[in-house]
Write a protein that binds this ligand. Structure first.
Ligand code: ZN
Length: 64
């Protein structure tokens, strides 16, 4: 008869936490200030969210 062991201490390897993308802080989006004027680049209060060009919206840093 085979003895079955009950392991009380079960080691579970934690899922690898994906590195957060730095530029967007893992949100996948970057908010950039809308500027008007081609020369002065005056900032407005308007902010537009743009897709992060580093992770393309995934929010994860590319492990490459
Ligand atoms: Zn990003």
């Amino acid at each position: 008869m085979a003895t079955t062991r009950k392991t009380t201490t079960r080691k579970t390897t934690p899922a690898p936490v994906p590195q957060k993308c730095a530029p967007c802080a893992g949100t996948g989006e970057t908010t950039e200030t809308v500027r008007v004027g081609s020369r002065k680049g005056r900032e407005t209060t308007n902010r537009q969210s743009a897709l992060c060009s580093d992770c393309w919206g995934t929010g994860e840093a590319l492990a490459d």
